[in-house]
Write a protein that binds this ligand. Structure first.
Ligand code: HEM
Length: 485
């Protein structure tokens, strides 16, 4: 009995100590941190859990529309006119969230997972040539064929009068285009018009996982991203990853393939094996597929959703295309650059519904960083959220929350460009943005030129999830083919 009481006493003592330690940490974070005065939800001032809850409640982007919001004990979301310049255009270290994006496991760094700008730049330098515009345009014929397949499906839906879920067909098309541009091979989604291996359906679960796992990297490494799992090969990679890795491997021994992104990377490996390693190439292919897939699909959907709600935007773009004489075939990328109103509508879409709703975290450098009269000490995690920046009335004016493509046609559009950051900005900006712009310009031009689209229930607001990317869903549409005189 005495021993039992002794045990109980020591357990209670340990528990009491643990509680005291936890309370002390919470009190310290809440009241004695250098960012204690920054407004934000009470729970966020001592734990990351508030932020995680908002990610899982899919409204993280809607909660931060203020200059500074403390979203976790160590992180402040910054929405300030200087945020892009001071946080993204400067070579600051990235927040530790990025470290989760390793592939195949935590031992291997890639440009996205590397948080030190010097390391990140070194890794990116090897992959960057594969993403340049002129290189991406070498795949334009193959991209046109994929767009043809999409248009075939749209015409079929138009004839049948059945409603279409654009989120599915756009995702199929975009995945196949990324496949063409990276390894000269489509995944095969759009031809069959169906999801393979539930890849598209499962993308949201992956997006939610990655958004949250970045804050619990130790758990991610312990359970999934560790050398034992890689060695045993027990992680079910899923169709998309399997296909990407298989195609990368096949592509290595196929010198006749197109001059795609992999062609650059393999050439680099052959010519300078000391500068790039094989796993970096796999990682480049994998990251491109993962990052390039639902982002563009989301933007395409947003284009349609906002354009059909705007009184005359659809017709105005159509008139512009007609006036440019672009009647037949899939419009070329070069021709889409001669359509200023279409480009204004695409920019406005990326502003009002930027596909990445997560903040991009950076660390305040040596000597701290100042916004207005507020100073943040070295090491504070400061994140810039495109959604929040894009909805700031201070930057965009009183109509910041309205879709207004005309804002891009005024004299101050060059100034506004500095605040448009759907692809991030600076050294870590999205390397796939050239491909994204090709896809968006060509596909939107084709939709507007040849089809009319309306929602089955025009008064219905769409639904979307906001994990790592914004994923609209549940807004079925009717399509009709344009009647030409
Ligand atoms: C509208 C479409 C897209 C948007 C809005 C978008 C946005 C972004 C953003 C915000 C980042 C993170 C930047 C940062 O960490 O500071 C990123 C990274 C990345 N994106 Fe995109 N992206 C799009 C399309 C694409 C496409 C089509 C590809 C592939 C061809 C791609 C490949 C990547 C890769 C590989 C990274 C990580 C690269 C790195 O950190 O070096 N993205 N993207």
């Amino acid at each position: 009995m005495g021993v039992f009481n002794g045990c109980l006493f020591s357990w209670s003592f340990l528990l009491a100590q643990l509680v005291i330690i936890i309370i002390s940490i919470c009190v310290g974070r809440r009241f004695f941190s250098p960012i204690s005065d920054i407004p934000g939800p009470f729970v966020a001032s001592f734990t990351r859990l508030w932020h995680i809850r908002r990610i899982l409640k899919i409204d993280q982007n809607l909660k931060l529309i203020r200059h500074f919001v403390r979203i976790a004990h160590n992180e402040v979301s910054v929405s300030h006119p200087d945020a892009v310049k001071k946080l993204l255009l400067a070579p600051l270290h990235k927040g530790s969230w990025y470290k989760v994006v390793t592939f195949p496991d935590g031992r291997f760094q890639n440009p996205m997972s590397a948080t030190d700008p010097k390391v990140k730049n070194k890794l990116s330098r090897h992959l960057a040539p594969g993403f340049v515009l002129s290189n991406m345009l070498l795949s334009e014929q193959a991209i046109n064929q994929t767009i043809h397949s999409l248009l075939g499906w749209l015409s079929e839906y138009a004839e049948s009068g059945k409603p279409i879920n654009l989120n599915e067909y756009f995702s199929f098309t975009i995945s196949d285009i990324v496949g063409e541009a990276i390894f000269s091979k489509p995944f095969g989604f759009i031809k069959g018009g169906k999801d393979i291996g539930n890849s598209v359906a499962n993308a949201e679960a992956h997006s939610a996982y990655i958004a949250v796992a970045g804050y619990f990297r130790w758990l991610h490494v312990l359970l999934l991203a560790n050398p034992v799992v890689t060695w045993l090969g027990i992680l079910p990679a899923g169709y998309i990853i399997d296909f990407a890795l298989r195609s990368t491997k096949e592509r290595e021994s196929n010198p006749d393939a197109r001059f795609d992104a992999l062609a650059h990377w393999f050439r680099m490996l052959e010519q300078s094996p000391d500068r790039i390693q094989r796993h970096e190439i796999d990682s480049g292919a994998f990251n491109s597929v993962a990052a390039g897939f639902d982002t563009v699909s989301s933007a395409l959907q947003a284009f349609v959703y906002y354009m059909i709600r705007h009184s005359n935007a659809w017709q105005r773009v159509r008139d512009e295309i007609d006036a440019a004489g672009l009647k037949d075939g899939v419009v070329s990328y070069v021709d889409t650059q001669r359509l200023p109103f279409l480009q204004a509508c695409i920019k406005e879409t990326l502003r009002i519904f930027g596909p990445v709703p997560m903040g991009l975290p950076r660390l305040a450098p040596e000597g701290g960083i100042i916004f207005g009269n507020r100073e943040f000490p070295k090491g504070t995690v400061l994140s810039v959220n495109a959604w929040v920046m894009h909805h700031s009335k201070e930057i965009w004016g009183s109509d910041a929350r309205q879709f207004n493509p005309n804002r891009w046609l005024g004299n101050d559009s060059i100034v506004l460009e500095k605040f448009l950051m759907p692809f991030g900005a600076g050294y870590a900006a999205c390397p796939g943005q050239n491909l994204a712009k090709i896809e968006l310009s060509k596909i939107t031009a084709m939709l507007v030129r040849d089809y009319d689209i309306r929602q089955v229930d025009p008064s219905q607001k769409w639904k979307w999830n906001a994990f790592f990317t914004l994923a609209p869903h549940s807004w079925p549409c009717y399509i009709t083919k344009r009647k030409r005189q």
